[in-house]
Design a protein around this ligand. Structure first.
Ligand SMILES: [Zn+2]
Length: 219
């Protein structure tokens, strides 16, 4: 089986609305990784918890992508831990039914440290950072999720899919941002629709949010 997750970062409200609409048209659930303070600094560009709760109620997954998008690998461990806990506390207060032990923490810039990697499984289900392009299928013990990303997103995603399908099975967790010119390394709506139309008929492919892929782990 091949699992494919597009993990949409930063919470650009215009892109998020389009992505949710496209996914719903194909009967899929999207995954949005949002930053706590972006909305208060720029409410025109970024969604807030009102939107995140609405999207969650429509079946999409909302996950933490940092309190303020600080690079957590470039600060002392205790400060990085406090930053993550503050982020999770706002999620607990603001996102309906949020349970940190079921969520995936998506590192800003996909960068972590060995110390944070060792600590995070005590507070969240798993965490996402850069590393191997393709992961093996998850087990119940999988906590460290590696994810490619590129400014040249469509070419990179095509290369990732080629690498995935060259294997007998695996999981591609791709870090995306916005659509149609918004955010770092945007995809075009037409590319996304074409991708889903190409992949959805395949019986050996499942397009799922990260949490749903983790829930398939039997061993
Ligand atoms: Zn980001």
């Amino acid at each position: 089986m091949y699992y494919i997750t597009l993990s949409w970062d930063d919470g650009f409200s215009r892109s998020v609305a389009k992505i949710a609409e496209i996914y719903e048209r194909y009967g899929l659930r999207a995954e949005f990784n949002v930053v706590v303070t972006f909305h208060e600094h720029d409410p025109q560009t970024f969604g807030g918890f009102e939107l995140w709760n609405e999207l969650q109620a429509r079946g999409h997954i909302i996950q933490p992508h940092g309190y303020d998008h600080s690079n957590l690998a470039e600060m002392p461990l205790a400060q990085a831990q406090a930053n993550i806990l503050r982020c999770l506390e706002v999620f607990r207060q603001s996102l309906d039914g949020f349970d940190a032990r079921r969520t995936v923490f998506n590192f800003p810039y996909n960068v972590s440290t060995p110390e944070l990697d060792a600590w995070l499984p005590q507070v969240v289900r798993a965490f996402r950072l850069s590393g191997e392009m393709i992961m093996p299928l998850p087990t119940r013990h999988t906590v460290r999720l590696t994810s490619p990303a590129s400014e040249d997103a469509e070419a990179m995603l095509d290369r990732c899919l080629e690498a995935l399908f060259a294997r007998p099975e695996g999981w591609l967790l791709y870090t995306a941002h916005g659509l149609d010119g918004e955010g770092w390394g945007p995809l075009r709506s037409t590319y996304l629709e074409g991708l889903l139309e190409r992949l959805l008929p395949r019986a050996d492919v499942r397009i799922l949010p990260t949490q749903a892929v983790l829930e398939t782990a039997m061993l």
